[in-house]
Design a protein around this ligand. Sequence first.
Ligand code: FES
Length: 696
Amino acid sequence: MIKLTIDNRVIETQEGKTVLEAALQAGIYVPNLCYHPDISPIGSCRLCIVEIHGIDGFPTACTTIVTQGMIVHTDTEKIQEYRKNIVWLILSEHPAEMNKSSQLMKVVDYIGIKKLLLKHKPPSKNLPIFSDDPLFVRDLNRCILCGRCVRMCQEVRGVGAIGFINRGINTIVGTNANSLMKDADCRFCGACVEVCPAGALIDRETYGEKDRKAVLLPCQNTCPAGIDIPRYVGLIAERRFQDALDVIREKVPFPHLLGCVCDHLCETECRRNEINDPVAIRALKRFVAERESGTSKRKVNIAPETGKKVAIIGSGPAGLTAAWFLRKLGHATTVFEALPEAGGMMRVGIPRYRLPKEVLDKEIQDIASIGVDIKTNTKIESLDELFNSGFDATFVALGAVEGVKLGIPGEGDHRVLDGISLLRSINLGQKVDIQGKVAVVGGGNVAIDVARSALKVGAEKVTILYRRTQKEMPADPEEVKEALNEGVNIQFLAVPHRVLAKSDKLKVECIRMRLGPPDESGRSRPIPLEGSEFTISVNRLIVAVGQKPIVPKEFNLSLNRWGYIYTDEETLTCSRQGVFSGGDIVSGPASVIKAIQAGRKAAVFIDKYLGGKGQLEQKPLPQQQDNPWLGKHDGFAYIKRAKMPTLVLKKRIGSFDQVECGFDEKSAVEEASRCLRCQLRLQISKAPLPPKKPDL
Ligand code: FES
């Protein structure tokens, strides 16, 4: 250890440290700008000058290595005067309007020359402002040439997209030939923006300290289960597939299933959207799940038995997720399912061409394999019976399984079918009677699933009637595209208002709509166009306009006015002691990942109710610091999203084989490498800021 004196305080530090590091370590602030803890010092701004006994002049603290017995003064009158001059020189050409939150502004405030500067009107440098780049803006007029961005890009990231260009007083920070960042092979990691002390590089999106992580890491923030997406995508790029899967399994028990059907809100928010296309996060999840080596399962730790028993009603994603986590926490967990097979809407509401049966079977088997007891063909009629038979808590996760009717005359005809019931029959292998011309009413994923499935089980022609336009369709655009590819027609701005039963066919009277101002859903309200009635003739009319819940009266639970179970939003507790509820039965029909979120939450609060800490996560993969080196990648911004290979059309006819074929290893690694690695920015050290000084 080295002992030295700074400002009359004797301090100790490690050998090899600089005077600035030693001072900051000891809580002695020395003004600085070109210094940053993550990059090598260059001593260019000279704000950190100090006086050192035995050394002439004013060495810079950031480049001077400590020696035994060194005596340093950081804040003498002379130093203060020199610093004011240096700041004056730095700012003499800087725009008068300084970025208020910048380090520069704080240092200027600290040095105390703000009043002097207020009288100064700097001449305009007339340097370019690059506002055409995605994600951030570069205003060269604000650059103070501290070089932190350049060193970060070159030494830490190994990218070298920016550098000092021109010479002497014409020196600026920029790209070769002043090109846009995307043409300079920028990786858009944001490191340069993060370390800029002057506000010359600023994010397009504004945020505060509170929402900083959410804005800079939107994929993870958007994932309802909070999966560490940046981490697993990074591991795939490093070919560490099993590790990537372990990261996903930290949060969810269904990596493969989600890789097939998740509605991937993370991709909608992915920052790469601003450059070209988002990273194919969902398909990457499927890729690693398909390579499951079995080691994740071996890593599952089951806590010692707590002696508590939990009943879960419903084996959909919410119920099974809660079961998985509660079992891992040591509770005896039983799932009750009324249908002959477990899986809830994953089993009966999603067609097999999107989610193969084997995928679902395997992941449910994984849950059963840790000791979750799944009882199928078991309908629960009364919660009292469960409590009487020794269960300590109950999670009601029934889903919203009943199709909503259109409420139009003639709907009672036996050829008018309910979409969700049809999917259930097909998925359970029951015989269905679909033939001839079929019209499907609705615009969500169920309507698309029904339309595509109808073509596979005997329909000659399928037309979807949707009351708004394609833009407002809630269905996944990829699914809509595939439906159109497979020959489904969509009539937009049309809705049936009467069904007339004829002996051979149904006459469906429809009316055209126009879009009015937005309704409470935020989408344009469809308004009937008078005199636009038309009639179509079909063999089957299938209604897929939504689902509603059925909660047995005997449960004695408070319901809201729409018939959903009333719960406390935070804890998922219901109106009865020891009863929790979540998923579609509370929220209305939502995505699988949202149901998983509810299952996770239920597990937390049920565990707490039973005396635990509600700590779900076991971390099978130790968290390591990411490698900050990105390296150069020619044309990085132009690399296109990997295309998902799909089953050829002729093989889809009459078959429920999975349509998306999945990535091969090369595509997966390349796709993962398109990630901007936004998380690296959050790992950059904070630059040392001046202590707050009272206004003089
Ligand atoms: Fe040390 Fe700039 S010279 S911080």
